[in-house]
Design a protein around this ligand. Sequence first.
Ligand SMILES: [Zn+2]
Length: 250
Amino acid sequence: MERAIVSLVAILLQTVAAGAQDRRVGLVSPFLALDRRFPEPPARPNDLMSYAPAPTARDPSLPRADADATCRALLTDASIVTTPHAAISGEGGCGIAAPVTLEAVLLPGERRIEIAPAPVMRCDLAARFGAFVRETIAPAIDASGRKVKRVITADAYDCRSRNRQAGAKLSEHATGAAIDLAAIEFADGSLMRVTDKTADPTIAESLRQSACARFSTVLGPGSDGYHEDHIHLDLALRRGGAKICQWALK
Ligand SMILES: [Zn+2]
């Protein structure tokens, strides 16, 4: 009887000890679960769609010339300063039926940000890029305590193949659907190349996130070797609305 009680007590003690161990595991596991949450998975472009859509869209179901003309007629946002450009026709699918020249973007308080050299492009790209300057670039620079004077672009409309490679597909530049962003000039005349490794990382990250939400294709450093000194932005249409966001900040 006595032995039975001792055995029972021993079993009880083992059970309690095991329970305590279980509880210890139980205490530890939430931290493990927490650890497992880091690092966060890379953000997908779809996670960034909280940005406002472009003010003017181009209807891809219309014939190209009609889509360009209708879009230009709808581009009435006074904060995006454009001038109509003569139709451009080129060989091999190049050209824009109703191009615009994007001159500047206006901000509250009579601030004017020049786009230089003023690029020629499709009107929906002008609307999209103008909104990017107004809603992302200017506020990001303002937050850093500086002021934007000019947004410096590189290639805009250009009748050429992708990356100027012979035999490659027609570039989005060839239909006015692409713009290359090179640098930002501040009010004091200094310049920040957007691809510069020493560029303010907060500014660079907000530009990258916003660009990847707004444009179908974003190619920068780390993408393919052709975009180490500028950011390529375009409105390529892909099946299922797929996007390409390749701009490594480090
Ligand atoms: Zn480009």
